[in-house]
Design a protein around this ligand. Sequence first.
Ligand SMILES: [Zn+2]
Length: 183
Amino acid sequence: MKRPQRKWSSGELRRLASMAGTMPAAQVAARLGRPPASVEHMARRQGLSLAYDKLPGEGRCSECGLVRFTLDRSGRCAPCRHSARLDAIRARMAEVHRELPPERRGVYAATEAACGRSRMDPAPARPDTSGMGPRAAARAEREWLRECELVEASNIRRRMRAAERRLERMEKSCMEGKTGGNA
Ligand SMILES: [Zn+2]
């Protein structure tokens, strides 16, 4: 036997109106704790659209779990991908550092510290969404999050490139050390 639907309270109707179109319909239903069909039915009766316009590339990152806008086929966002690459470079750098002749180690420890101070672009200012409807405000918020993500990715990429160059120099120095370095 089908269970009768719980009656909608005025509070729930207000929450429905404020969430409609600001997130995927399945999420609206989950937050209200109601089946999607019931939420769709009520939205229609209230003249509300549940249509949610995703930004290009929008989805949840499989690694950091955040709503992101730069997912690739692996399901990871650009900041997570660049961070993983940066970690790998740093791990390799630690290895190479141990292989360096002792008189060269000091030079590279100093370079590493200098690279930690590389330039960082600031995050863009949060948009003023007062006076916007919930749908427009949610969209402006997501566009801002996307901009923040791009800046974050570019900051990590810059550190990654600097680390790559540093690793190259260390590897070269290591090779020179092994071949005698007195040519
Ligand atoms: Zn991520």
